[in-house]
Design a protein around this ligand. Structure first.
Ligand code: TGC
Ligand code: FAD
Length: 392
């Protein structure tokens, strides 16, 4: 990738809505991405390898457990700080943000909210420091948008549980130390179980040949008569609402993250349009290119306002799941459209790894699907405003 000249757009002076602490946290993440992600990310993507050397840096900027209380090793930050960190990470690459989303929202969050005190003390500090990496197993080969149909199940064997089944499309699974796995008991009730890497019968084959999110490792979770100790069941919540509660936190982070990817595409295209000359003048001077750029900054600004407001609602404990769905859906769609337009502004250069845009575009094709597809989030809004369920 060419030198990182990123300048974050802030068309409506939204920094004025942020506290000094927000700005410090955001700027530290921004600087870290410039220093430690931008120089290595293109090669990691081309090689389709997760750059493990970034784990300690992610922990240092507070990306693991941003809002988890300090007594468990987290940073005890508010929701806007968490969102800003996700925005900056995805400005670098969606795969980097994915790793932090999964660790914080899908692994630390359920242990913190649904775990026993012993589980919190055993796992949260190690997850916060990056000593442990976690993954989250909800999706199965036959059940993606409809997780309630899951087939993975566990049986009470007296002194342990016996877990059987398979999960697919699991971020970080190939190298995760622990997996928070959602499975049904003999009565068909969904529970969360913490499965540890060295448990017999547990394997995590990697999924290869992805064209998207190449700097993030994705894989399966296979459970072949895995003996899970009883103390690894999350005791405080069961039912589909338990994993869906984690998704609220991760979807919220993605809403911020997508803005980061969009801001990077816009900034790159704006700079390029001022430098690239055709027909005797910078292409920024042509109305067709101005239309693209003006629409980009308008959509980014709208998304920034929507998401900041959502953050304040979450800080007050008032954000609904449907409000989070709207922001995830809107912002990822917005970022994807901006990536496509920005790519065009760069002409042929837009398809190269010299610039980040096509990488963002390919990544966003995963982001628009995971954590609830674009369609599913529309149906969540539809249900919320009409009271009519159009899923089934
Ligand atoms: P439904 O009957 O609507 O709900 C079942 C129970 O759950 C409650 N609930 C929620 N609770 C907390 N948060 C939410 N967002 C909730 N949504 C629903 C609901 O109140 C009910 O509770 P109760 O007490 O009455 O039982 O369930 P449904 O089977 O009709 O499904 C609804 C639907 C389709 C919206 C849901 O299943 C869904 O969201 N599907 C999408 C699946 C999805 O998003 N999977 C993501 C997998 S993880 C992932 O992609 C990680 S990517 C990570 C990365 O790399 O960044
Ligand atoms: P399907 O559910 O089969 O959907 C296919 C199409 O049908 C979609 O367009 C969908 O919108 C549409 N559709 C489905 N139901 C309806 C309906 N009722 N009405 C209208 N249209 C509908 N999962 C995890 O558990 N953990 C992870 O860490 C994780 N990481 C991922 C990483 C990557 C890179 C990717 C690509 C996925 C990841 N996922 C993960 C899985 C992800 O959450 C699912 O892919 C997603 O929920 C969609 O499920 P599916 O792919 O099975 O699509």
């Amino acid at each position: 990738m060419a030198q990182d000249l990123y300048q974050a757009p802030d068309y409506y002076n939204l920094d004025e809505l942020l506290t000094e602490e927000h700005l410090l946290i955001r700027d530290a993440a921004r600087e870290w991405v410039k220093r430690d992600i931008s120089p290595i990310i293109e090669e990691a993507c081309q090689k389709a390898e997760f750059p493990k050397q970034i784990i300690s840096g992610l922990a240092e900027i507070g990306a693991f457990g941003s809002y988890i209380p300090e007594e468990y090793g987290g940073m005890g930050l508010d929701q806007i700080s968490y969102g800003l960190i996700m925005q900056e990470l995805e400005r670098g690459d969606s795969g980097v943000r994915s790793t932090a989303s999964v660790q914080t929202s899908l692994v630390m969050y359920p242990i913190w909210k649904y775990g026993s005190e012993a589980q919190k003390n055993k796992f949260l500090p190690k997850l916060a420091s990056g000593e442990f990496i976690g993954c989250f197993g909800l999706t199965e080969p036959n059940h993606g948008s409809n997780p309630s149909g899951m087939e993975t199940k566990f049986k009470d064997m007296g002194d342990h549980y016996l877990l059987n089944g398979a999960k697919l499309w699991i971020s970080n699974s190939p190298f995760a130390d622990i997996a928070v796995v959602w499975a049904k008991n003999e009565e068909g009730r969904i529970h969360g179980l913490i499965v540890e890497r060295d448990m017999e019968g547990f394997s995590t084959p990697e999924t290869h040949n992805k064209w998207s999110l190449r700097a993030s490792a994705t894989g399966e979770l296979i459970f072949d008569n895995v003996k899970v100790p009883k103390e690894n069941l999350l005791p405080e919540k069961s039912g589909l609402g338990a994993p869906l509660g984690c998704l609220d936190s991760a979807r919220y982070g993605i809403a911020w993250g997508a803005i980061g990817a969009a801001m990077d595409c816009y900034d790159t295209a704006l700079r390029y349009s001022k430098e690239r000359t055709q027909f005797g003048k910078p292409i920024a001077g042509f109305q067709l290119q101005q239309k693209k750029l003006a629409e980009m900054i308008t959509e980014i600004t709208k998304a920034q306002l929507l998401t900041w407001r959502l953050g304040t609602l979450r800080n007050e404990g008032k954000a609904t799941s449907a409000q989070i769905s709207m922001a995830k859906r809107n912002n990822v769609d917005m970022a994807l459209k901006i990536a496509r337009d920005a790519r065009q502004i760069l002409g042929a250069m837009g398809i190269t790894g010299e610039y980040s845009i096509l990488r963002h575009m390919m990544n966003l094709e995963s982001v628009v699907t995971y954590e609830g597809t674009h369609d599913i989030h529309l149906l969540i809004t539809g249900l919320d405003i009409t009271g009519e369920n159009a899923f089934k």
